[in-house]
Ligand binder design. Structure first.
Ligand code: G3D
Length: 184
């Protein structure tokens, strides 16, 4: 969707944005989450993100600059160009895509090692919690285990189960970010 009216407006008035990258594999639900947070609704028929979508969202006194970056294999190598100045990463996981959790873990490790992201907060969203467990959907605790999150001792991180379709869990995740950002 590119640069929208809200981001032009924010830049005109030069209020500082807190840069947050929304990352994850393709189909994890990144764009659905971006628009659910910023517009409060599910935008139907989103086409896969090529490049990035940037939206401004004011929440509890913080002006978030939320950047959703395409997660297809060919695009993941270009994530690095967005890293400088990132205050938080929202890593979106499709909790029903069990076969690609290993790949998601590899991408997480790459993020954690990156010099430019050393002080970035990490919010992991275990998305698609509306799907039934009988379809192989993992709980947030299982996603956390699969990603070895408890090994991240130097990082301020949180995992939250959510559903971009119902909105469940998203505001709780944003609240965690706001709390951490304000206390910094
Ligand atoms: P991406 O930006 O990470 O590539 P999208 O992912 O936001 O485009 O979402 C990919 C597909 O997952 C979409 O389905 C979308 O509706 C679906 N999806 C996103 N979040 C959820 C969720 O919380 N629960 C469920 N059940 N589905 C979700 P389509 O069919 O349009 O490809």
């Amino acid at each position: 969707m590119g640069v929208t009216f809200s981001s032009i407006w924010a830049r005109l008035f030069m209020r500082k944005e807190t840069k947050v990258l929304i990352l994850g594999l393709d189909n994890a639900g990144k764009s659905t989450i971006l628009y659910r947070i910023t517009m409060g609704t599910v935008v139907p028929s989103l086409s896969p993100t090529v490049g990035s979508n940037h939206e401004i969202h004011d929440y509890k006194g913080v002006r978030f600059g939320l950047i959703d970056i395409g997660g297809q294999t060919a695009l993941r190598s270009s994530w690095g160009q967005y890293f400088i100045g990132t205050e938080a990463i929202i890593l979106v996981i499709d909790s029903s895509d069990v076969n690609r959790l290993g790949l998601a873990k590899t991408e997480l490790q790459r993020l954690i090692r990156d010099e430019s992201l050393q002080t970035s907060l990490l919010l992991v969203l275990a998305n698609k919690q509306d799907l039934p467990l009988s379809q192989g959907r993992l709980t947030p605790a299982q996603v956390s285990d699969a990603l070895n999150l408890t090994d991240l001792r130097e990082r301020e991180w949180q995992i939250m189960g959510c559903s971009a379709l119902t909105g469940e869990g998203l505001m709780e995740g944003m609240d965690w970010l706001v709390g951490k950002l304000i206390s910094r």
